[in-house]
Ligand binder design. Structure first.
Ligand code: ADP
Ligand code: MG
Ligand code: MG
Ligand code: MG
Length: 400
């Protein structure tokens, strides 16, 4: 048993050498720390002679974003590693392979995806990803179906849920997404130009009721082993490939939370478009692609989930078409509400997104924030009445 200590570049190289059947013993290794450094270290270790590389991710015992005062359980590294292994088994083409790990050191060793780009970056650069909707719809449907009561043994599911409780990371979500934006919290990060709009969130009782109901779902609805942090910074893409990383927030939660995260992050980029393109036609084209993608993500999710249900739902009561319809309508409504919460927290809460915050022009950045807040509020307030994914597209077009 090794005692926990943050790895240096040299430690990471030593660690990489011990991965069985990977690097040749005499090969020279280079190592670089490439993480964003808020909660974790990420090392890339490479042999140019062998033209081979791998990634070592190590959890830090505190969140740096709020000083060193916010302790975080290192057990999240085990949770991330085990979630990656489960997800990779279910969707081998959509999740990096895990080569190993060490729970004492809070380390996961995995496939290097440096030939992909982080989707948030790609979207900001104006790229589109034609396979993304099918990939992410299938990822969400498959990983959630087979970890839910619909797709696995229900007693085994309870044991799984017990090993994925993840209280520290759930608390981050509970506070930063479902509480802080709706009150005057010192965790909030509100730019002066948006202060008045932000304060309106603190007194809107209709909004508070919906957020309370969504928070309750997050706290109590252990439907499936969700990813828990499925924003466009947790997704690597190319034109033809999609890979989901960073499931350290994984726990048994509501299915709509992962769909909501994807929808929210596509909508944040939608809100930001005028800040990135002064050509109106190009703006419209990107916005249309983003909305089509939201529609397609839902459609692929629904199609895959229904197919799995048909093929694997054994219990006759589960096979009732009216139950399936009810279940999927509820997932849609949850997804829309969660999407709204995730949009709002990125404008007024602790952790923002580059799509909005790195817009250079002050007026356009301000406008993007206003659009996002309008959108977010409308999603939260209309989620429970939603009948179709088209409702999201209508709300987005109104807010734009
Ligand atoms: P955090 O939980 O700290 O956000 P991530 O898992 O999202 O950590 O990784 C942070 C960054 O490290 C990613 O944005 C990416 O640039 C890099 N990274 C992480 N995993 C890999 C990987 N498997 N291959 C290549 N780069 C990676
Ligand atoms: Mg990060
Ligand atoms: Mg991340
Ligand atoms: Mg993370």
């Amino acid at each position: 048993m090794a005692a926990y200590t943050p790895l240096t570049v040299e430690d990471a190289i030593e660690f990489a050498r011990k991965v069985p059947d990977f690097f040749l013993p005499e090969t020279e290794l280079e190592c670089e720390e490439i993480g964003d450094g808020n909660l974790n270290l990420v090392f890339r270790i490479r042999s140019s002679a062998q033209n081979k590389s791998l990634i070592i991710k190590q959890a830090l015992p505190y969140a740096k974003v709020v000083g060193e005062s916010w302790p975080l359980s290192l057990d999240r590294a085990r949770i991330e590693r085990e979630a990656l292994i489960i997800q990779h088994k279910l969707c081998p083409d959509l999740v990096p392979a895990v080569y190993g790990g060490d729970s004492d050191l809070a380390v996961t060793i995995m496939e290097d995806l440096s030939d992909h780009v982080i989707m948030r970056r790609g979207l900001i650069e104006g790229r589109t990803y034609p396979r993304f909707a099918e990939h992410i719809g299938r990822f969400i449907a498959t990983t959630l179906f087979f970890t839910s009561d619909l797709g696995m043994n229900q007693q085994r599911k309870k044991e799984m849920a017990a090993s994925f409780t993840n209280p520290d990371l759930c608390k981050i979500t509970e506070d930063l997404i479902f509480s802080d934006p709706y009150r005057d919290s010192e965790n909030n990060d509100i730019s002066a130009d948006i202060q008045a709009e932000a304060e309106k969130l603190w007194t809107d009782e209709q909004l508070h009721l919906e957020v309370a109901l969504l928070r309750e779902k997050f706290l109590t609805h252990g439907e499936a082993l969700i990813h828990g942090d499925l924003h466009t910074g947790s997704i690597f893409v190319t034109e033809t490939s999609t890979k989901v990383i960073d499931p350290e927030f994984a726990y048994y939660g509501p299915i709509g939370f992962d769909l909501g995260a994807v929808i929210a992050n596509l909508l944040l980029n939608f809100a930001a478009q005028p800040g990135w393109n002064n050509d109106r036609a190009l703006q419209d084209k990107h916005r249309a692609w983003l909305l089509d993608t939201i529609r397609d993500v839902w459609a692929h999710f629904e199609r895959h989930f229904e197919r799995l249900w048909e093929e694997h739902g054994e219990d006759p009561i589960f096979r009732l078409p009216a139950y399936r319809e009810h279940y999927l309508r509820k997932v849609l409504q949850d997804s829309i509400g969660f999407a709204g919460c995730k949009v709002i927290r990125r404008i007024v809460g602790l952790s923002h997104v580059a799509d909005i915050d790195t817009i250079a022009d002050d007026a356009l950045r301000h406008q993007a924030k206003v659009t996002a807040l309008t959108l977010g509020k409308a999603l939260i307030k209309n989620g429970r009445q939603a009948a179709s994914i088209e409702d999201v597209l209508t709300i987005a077009k109104h807010a734009a």
